[in-house]
Write a protein that binds this ligand. Structure first.
Ligand SMILES: [Zn+2]
Length: 109
């Protein structure tokens, strides 16, 4: 179990982009090459830039948010569960809170 914050996703965006698009010459649907996008990402200070800065370069928020396995929303922060069974899922903080409340309620019955 660990928490992944949006800043963690932002900090890792260049490495993840490089892993997904190792070929700088690959043309993307937006008309830019993968290398063009990487170069623009390289111009960001990943410690201080906003998620919107990254999203403007990439064209969507899938690199700065995670999908909650419980509610399905795209969210900035998640907790991972399931590592011991090698089937990790990501759950948003409000859903974690609801799960804890449910556990406490069940506890008092
Ligand atoms: Zn959720």
């Amino acid at each position: 179990m660990r928490i992944i914050r949006q800043r963690d996703m932002i900090r890792g965006v260049r490495a993840r982009w490089r892993k997904q698009y190792p070929d700088d010459g690959r043309q993307l649907a937006c008309g830019e090459s993968a290398g063009d996008v990487f170069a623009r990402l390289s111009g960001l200070d990943l410690e201080t830039c906003s998620a919107a800065d990254v999203e403007e370069i990439i064209g969507n928020d899938t690199w700065t948010t995670a999908a909650c396995s419980e509610c399905g929303r795209s969210v900035p922060d998640v907790v991972t569960l399931g590592e011991a069974r090698d089937s990790e899922i990501e759950v948003c903080l409000p859903c974690i809170g609801r799960a804890a409340a449910l556990a406490q309620k069940s506890d008092s019955l």
